[in-house]
Design a protein around this ligand. Structure first.
Ligand SMILES: CC(C)(COP(=O)(O)OP(=O)(O)OC[C@H]1O[C@@H](n2cnc3c(N)ncnc32)[C@H](O)[C@@H]1OP(=O)(O)O)[C@@H](O)C(=O)NCCC(=O)NCCS
Length: 162
């Protein structure tokens, strides 16, 4: 859109929590995080790294989080508010999380996705994530499978095939 400013990415702050709770509730029907969970995640810095995308008013419109645990990192969550979907924010957040993982020396990034979440599965597939396991009936209610996906990062060790 002409004249439209691109959203910027920055680390999450506690003042984002109200917006994150509201967006998360719109995106994850039964698995939405209450404010206490966001507070707890912030307390786990620097192991947990959360990034938000913000509009011109500096309010969060999208978010993504990573748990960095040595050789392995997990994508904790990624979400784009419904009005902001479909214009590349999910991809930019995932790029940033992968960059953070790479800089931390991570070799493999793991995540879980609902088998029925077409948009997220496409996003991860186009970013080189491959299915390594299935947790049958993981998401309740409904008993939807969780697919465990993995993306290997280009580290010296992985390049050696080791
Ligand atoms: C999944 C999600 C984060 C994608 O964010 P987004 O900003 O809308 O996605 P982008 O615009 O960056 O699109 C990147 C890619 O994602 C996939 N994608 C995004 N929306 C899609 C849709 N509605 N249908 C199919 N694929 C879709 C496509 O592969 C797309 O690439 P393409 O445009 O070249 O086809 C977003 O839909 C969302 O927040 N969903 C609800 C929460 C959720 O499911 N999070 C993931 C939990 S594991």
């Amino acid at each position: 859109m002409p004249g439209m400013q691109e959203d910027s990415l920055r680390p999450m702050r506690w003042t984002d929590i109200d917006d994150l709770v509201r967006i998360d509730a719109l995106l994850f029907e039964h698995d939405a995080w209450p404010a206490a969970t966001w507070w707890a995640e912030l307390r786990e810095r620097p192991r947990r790294v959360y990034v938000v995308a913000t509009g011109p008013d500096d309010r969060a419109t999208a978010y993504g989080g990573l748990d960095v645990a040595g050789d392995v990192a997990d994508v904790m969550t990624i979400g784009v508010s419904p009005q902001a979907q479909g214009r590349g924010l999910g991809q930019r957040l995932l790029d940033r999380l992968l960059q953070i993982a790479r800089e931390a020396g991570v070799e493999a990034v793991l995540l879980e996705v609902r088998a029925d979440n077409v948009a997220a599965r496409n996003l991860y597939a186009r970013n080189g994530f491959e299915q390594i396991n299935v947790r049958r009936g993981y998401y309740q209610p409904g008993g939807v499978d969780a697919l465990v996906l993995r993306r290997l990062l280009e580290t010296p060790k992985n390049a050696r095939g080791g």
